[in-house]
Design a binder for this molecule. Structure first.
Ligand SMILES: [Zn+2]
Ligand SMILES: [Zn+2]
Length: 337
């Protein structure tokens, strides 16, 4: 099978095409023929070595969707032909203090698709049956793929900050995860305001239901502060200075979530402005399977529509480069089989 796997790590040429044998599914595993795999910012962190060294030959990709073509021993829930998504969380231990208290996203022994095990930048991948999610019959694979990480992580961030019904939510940075989270939040009745540096991202935000789109510029990055304080905010831009602005932008008792696996330094310089009055700051680490299933049902019910830019598997480097440059409006996806 064809894969795009980690190569010599030259700038912009992180991955190379390889031909490797398909591995048969083991106990509890399924072999999935990958139709489409989304390209997530975490993939960029992985190929650039931001979150630790990864072995050459690793296949990234954790927004894989496709069809089960073989099932291993002990597989009970899935059958050949089932449409499934394979998300970031590949496995957990099931026994530790976190797994046994509904917090398996914090399991110390968890493994990740496309990071600790090979992922979806490939024609086939192996997944644990109990960590896959079903893809609703009416949803196309190419529009489903970005829901798998971008969607689920944004949903977990929204659950953590949980503004009161009808409240205001600020979204800082408007990429793949943000454009899906905006749709979910507005379907749930929140007043969603989007702050971004990019005019084309703000245009998309207004089309997808934002009530305000506010352009932040170098000299005027806190322009939104004059528009009144918000109940909660989610910071998708991987920048510590934006986190500080978001904390300033929420009301007393407000919460800010940061669904990022990697972030530059956050300096809280003014306790009164940024943290006092019981403001709360959450990081978001991966997701539980419950988050994934809840979100996929909610996305189907609310008819979330991801906006995608399509690439061939062979062009994964180009997709990652465009993502790095902020040139993707919505989500990048690789069309594979
Ligand atoms: Zn565990
Ligand atoms: Zn991701």
């Amino acid at each position: 099978m064809k894969t795009m796997s980690l190569a010599a790590n030259l700038p912009g040429r992180w991955l190379e095409i390889t031909d490797v044998p398909v591995i048969e599914p083991g106990r509890g595993e399924v072999l999935v023929r990958v139709a489409v795999c989304g390209v997530c910012r975490t993939d960029l962190h992985i190929v650039e070595g931001d979150i630790g060294a990864t072995p050459s030959g690793l296949v990234p990709g954790h927004e894989a969707v496709g069809t089960v073509i073989r099932t291993g021993e002990g597989v009970n829930l899935l059958r050949t032909g089932d449409r499934v998504g394979v998300p970031w969380l590949h496995s957990t231990c099931g026994l530790c203090e976190f797994c046994t208290t509904g917090r398996e996203n914090l399991c110390r022994l968890k493994t990740f698709t496309g990071y600790t095990v090979n992922g979806g930048y490939a024609e086939y991948l192996l997944a644990r049956e109990d960590f896959t999610v079903p893809i609703a019959p009416g949803l196309s694979f190419r529009h489903a793929a970005p829901l798998l990480c971008s969607g689920i992580i944004g949903y977990r961030a929204l659950k953590l900050v949980r503004p009161a019904p009808g409240g205001t939510l600020g979204i800082f940075g408007f990429g793949s995860s943000a454009h899906i989270t905006l749709q979910i939040a507005s379907a749930l009745g929140y007043d969603v305001r989007v702050v971004s540096r990019h005019a084309q991202h703000l245009k998309l935000a207004m089309q997808l239901g934002a009530t305000q789109a506010i352009q932040a510029t170098e000299s005027n990055e806190d322009a939104f502060l004059t528009r009144g304080k918000m109940d909660a905010a989610i910071v998708f831009a991987p920048s510590g200075s934006v986190v500080r602005l978001a904390l300033e932008s929420v009301k007393a008792g407000g919460s800010v979530a940061v669904p990022a696996i990697h972030m530059n330094a956050i300096s809280i310089t003014d306790y009164e402005k940024h943290l006092f009055h019981e403001k709360r700051l959450f990081s978001v680490e991966a997701n539980t399977r419950a988050d994934a299933h809840e979100f996929m049902r909610l996305a189907a019910r609310t008819r979330v529509r991801s906006v995608i830019k399509e690439f061939r598997l062979e062009d994964a480097n180009a997709a990652l480069s465009e993502l790095k440059a902020g040139e993707i409006n919505g989500s990048a996806v690789l069309l594979i089989t």
